[in-house]
Design a binder for this molecule. Structure first.
Ligand SMILES: [Zn+2]
Length: 316
């Protein structure tokens, strides 16, 4: 067996290890939230759909606005309470689409998407988890203006962690959509796939939304069989990653492949094939002779593939 490749220090998984205390006990206290918002140490992330507004700086940009600055950009947006950092309130606010477009023309702002911010390290890394939290939560509010039970316009309560229907009294809570993302493996080989939307020569883990009434292990086996025709046996949980595009939780797993022939579902995947451990290592290192790569270090797929390349995976 070839020696374990040296992939260097392990990078941090993107959008995880938030420094914020979500301080759920403050959400129901409107006076406490108002005091936090009026405190000079308060900070607001301004996120319009897929776009995050940053104050332009020379090296890394500044994503935090004062509440007054944020409200000057968005007079109508609802402000959401994300949590506390060293006792200071952190909030999120969404300007409307027209405002976001106008801000793109301002020299003092950088308006770009969160993937670019993470990959290009455009802000200090500790801002990524709260921006992810704010982006996902704002997206839920944007899609839940009306009660799904009776159709009446709903009201934001609890600092943005609930919407109430004034007519039928149903309470609506923010949702997270679980997605299984997995690496089917057999000895020194693994299966990677290419989605039609992937750019360049990137290959990644297979992935798909979990369905109601389904266990994680069953979702892993079903998606692997549907997308690549591979039958899997044992499934090993790896880790999770919040993935605010728009509101997913990626559940990373390794799966024991029991069959060899790949049958690609062309509605889901452009391609899928087996890769050797050596090939996967070169893809992680960006040294593959054909220029093939894994996803970047910010994504859970990089870490799922790396854990297998470094032989850290065992099925129990
Ligand atoms: Zn209702």
């Amino acid at each position: 067996m070839s020696p374990r490749p040296d992939l260097g220090p392990k990078p941090r998984l993107g959008y995880t290890q938030s420094l914020l205390d979500r301080a759920a006990e403050r959400r129901t206290d409107a006076a406490a939230l108002a005091a936090l918002e009026n405190n000079p140490r308060a900070g607001v992330y301004v996120i319009g759909g897929e776009m995050v507004v940053l104050k332009r700086r020379s090296v890394v940009h500044e994503p935090l606005f004062t509440p007054d600055e944020a409200r000057a950009l968005s007079h109508t947006g609802e402000i959401l309470f994300l949590g506390l950092l060293d006792g200071a309130g952190r909030f999120a606010l969404a300007p409307n689409a027209a405002t976001v477009e106008a801000l793109k023309n301002r020299d003092d702002f950088v308006v770009t998407d969160l993937r670019s911010i993470a990959i290009q390290e455009l802000v200090e890394s500790h801002h990524l988890p709260p921006i992810a939290e704010g982006k996902a939560l704002l997206h839920w509010h944007a899609r839940h203006r009306f009660c799904s039970n009776c159709g009446t316009a709903t009201n934001l309560v609890d600092g943005g962690w609930r919407r109430d229907c004034p007519a039928c009294k149903v309470q609506h809570f923010p949702r997270t959509d679980p997605v299984v993302i997995m690496l089917p493996i057999a000895g020194d080989r693994c299966v990677l796939g290419r989605s039609y939307r992937f750019q360049g020569s990137m290959w990644s883990c297979l992935a798909g939304f979990m369905e109601p009434g389904e266990a994680i292990e069953d979702a892993v086996r079903r998606e692997t069989r549907e997308e690549a025709g591979i039958v899997c046996g044992r499934v090993s949980y790896f880790t999770t990653q919040p993935w605010p595009f728009p509101t997913s939780l990626m559940i990373g797993c390794h799966a024991e492949a029991l069959s060899d022939d790949i049958i690609i579902d062309r509605t889901e995947l452009e391609d899928a094939r087996w890769f050797t451990r050596e090939e996967a290592a070169l893809m992680l290192l960006r040294q593959h002779p054909q220029g093939l790569t894994t996803p970047p270090t910010v994504a859970i797929a990089y870490h799922i593939i790396r854990a297998w390349v470094e032989e850290e995976i065992e099925f129990s």
